[in-house]
Write a protein that binds this ligand. Structure first.
Ligand code: DHE
Length: 529
């Protein structure tokens, strides 16, 4: 209907502007962006823009790239990648048209079903003659994975000597924390384009890869190391794999009646509960999927056996247990007991402020509102003992402060001022200090604030003048704090966690995040899991 009216409307608009148009020179022909795309881009980015050798070019995957940056990349290419510059082949208006067009949705929407997932998988088994032992001499529990976003590489770091053991190319745009198997031998990376890579830290080799979706949020690995689950924005699915990335099943992220579907915000493993917990962005439900064979049956499906006139239960094992909420969650993290999910909701454009809630996973309902001043980034906070209780502390992206919340009463016990809004706070059981960044503040992005967990007072700052300094992770013993100079010509800086003095610096390409094997697999209270 609208498209039928469109020519008439455009004609009417054109007539209204006739005098002005008359005065102007005839317009140059508008560039044909779809044709230009097929001619220059499709060979690497796919005819459907879902990615091939190059990344996907979909509105979902380009959300975070500024228009000017996108045009610059088309014109000049990306250094150290296969992306060449097109400035000599395309005019400025053609580049502008292409950059605008790749942000429009693909119609009909690209599909990525179970057959596509299965067909995308590759697997390299361990050669029979290779000894099963690490190829390096280091503490396997004190390794760090460092994701270098600048040139899409990963460095494996010896956490005692602070030396790089190996550096390898990753999929384009890894995001979120890599996840380790419980023995710390294998690590799984998730890319925004939907690729999951399983890497063997002992043999320094990729074991398996699979594309779980076209636009993925994150991956989780089960506490028993048997399962991997991926959360997708596109399509609206969760995908469950075995430990070698064979697809087991997909779940449509939809309401029980199937009438509404949702992007999946995030999935996390809840090891003590033997389950994955899942936040949905567009449906007010929190899901729990148990991988415990003895899981209780699920009655909320109300599947009726009409012959018997009775409601019968769905299997609890690998079934979806739904907790209804008043509003959808963008993300959440667990308390140390894993009984509660602490979730945050980002406000819709121009509407109100971020809100947060505590959901009790056992009784399956919201039990409190969380007092937060602004939306925290995901996995941003930590918990620790304070004053006879346990508190949760997290910076938020809205203001220069860390909110400290009592996890018994769910009330704010302190708001600690920092020089600017930040992304991450980190600590460790063996240090009395917590470190937080202010990376969202143009004037304070170069400053880390160190807070005494006993007094909740800032006690020191470390700075990297004019650069972005962020994302801290401690060594296994808590003696050193590793931070990122988050620049293309950046660095990983090792600080003594007691004196706050720099002890070593390793050059790296925008090291966005670092992850210590021991702290992750033991679910340290000072970091994300
Ligand atoms: Fe992240 C973790 C979502 C923007 C760097 N980020 C996560 C996780 C989620 C998430 C769900 C947890 C995944 C996990 O560990 O399993 N991130 C989002 C967003 O919704 C947001 C705001 C917008 C988006 O683009 O999706 C966003 N994130 C960013 C960035 O702009 C950051 C700073 C740079 C980048 O590389 O994209 C960024 N996110 C990170 C990092 C982690 C992360 C470094 C892992 C933190 C950790 O220590 O575990």
């Amino acid at each position: 209907m609208f498209s039928a009216l469109r020519p008439l409307l455009s004609a009417a608009v054109a007539l209204a502007w006739l005098p002005t148009l008359h005065a102007q020179a005839p317009e140059a022909a508008k560039p044909n962006a779809p044709a230009l795309y097929q001619q220059h881009c499709a060979v690497c980015h796919g005819a459907q823009r879902t990615g091939l050798m190059g990344p996907a070019l979909l509105p979902e995957s380009l959300e975070r790239v500024r228009p000017a940056e996108l045009q610059r990349v088309i014109a000049q290419g990306r250094p150290a990648t296969q992306m060449a510059g097109f400035a000599s082949q395309l005019s400025e208006s053609e580049i502008q048209a292409l950059a605008a067009w790749v942000r429009t949705p693909v119609v009909p929407a690209p599909r990525w079903g179970e057959a596509d997932i299965r067909a995308s998988r590759s697997f390299t088994p361990l050669p029979a003659d290779e000894p099963v032992k690490p190829k390096w001499d280091a503490d396997p529990m004190n390794l760090f994975i460092v994701v270098e976003g600048g040139d899409h590489h990963v460095s494996l770091l010896d956490g005692d000597r602070f030396e790089v053991i190996t550096r390898f190319a990753s999929r384009y745009a890894l995001h979120g924390g890599p996840k380790f198997t419980p023995d710390g031998r294998y690590v799984f990376f998730g890319s925004r384009d939907g690729w999951i890579t399983k890497y063997d830290l002992w043999r320094l080799a990729v074991v398996a890869e699979v594309r779980a979706g076209l636009n993925m949020r994150n991956v989780a690995v089960s506490g028993d190391g048997r399962w991997v689950m991926a959360a997708n924005y596109l399509p609206h699915t969760l995908a469950l794999f075995d430990a070698d990335l064979n697809l087991v099943k997909t779940y449509d992220a939809a309401t029980l009646d199937g009438k509404a579907s949702s992007r999946v915000s995030a999935v996390y493993d809840a090891t003590p509960r033997h389950s994955f917990v899942v936040a949905l962005k567009d449906i007010p439900e929190l899901w729990e999927i148990s991988y415990d064979k003895k899981a209780e049956p699920i009655y909320d499906g109300l599947v009726h056996d009409y012959k018997m006139g009775e409601a019968i239960a769905k299997p609890g094992y690998l079934g979806v247990r739904r907790t209804p909420l008043s509003e959808p969650l963008d993300d959440f993290f667990f308390d140390q007991s894993y009984r509660h999910a602490l979730g945050a909701t980002r406000p819709k454009q121009g509407q109100g402020a971020a809100s947060a809630q505590v959901v009790n996973l056992d009784i399956r309902r919201k039990v409190a509102d969380l007092p937060i001043a602004g939306m925290p980034h995901l996995g941003s906070g930590i918990t620790f003992a304070w004053n006879g209780t346990t508190v949760l502390a997290s910076p938020n992206l809205g203001g220069g402060a860390v909110d400290v919340i009592d996890m018994k009463t769910w009330k704010t016990v302190r708001t600690i001022k920092t020089p600017g809004p930040g992304f991450f706070m980190r600590s460790h059981e063996q240090t009395p200090y917590a470190w937080t960044d202010s990376m969202m503040s143009p004037s304070a992005k170069d400053t880390l604030t160190i807070i005494d967990k006993r007094t909740l007072e800032p006690v020191a700052q470390v700075r990297e003048p004019g650069k972005t300094l962020a994302h801290i992770e401690f060594t296994r013993d808590g003696r050193y704090a590793l931070a990122s100079v988050w620049e293309m010509d950046g660095a990983l800086v090792v600080f003594d966690a007691t004196t706050f003095k720099e002890v070593k610096r390793l050059p790296m390409k925008k090291p966005v995040g670092k992850y210590n094997v021991w702290n992750k697999i033991t679910r340290s209270e000072g970091t994300s899991h």
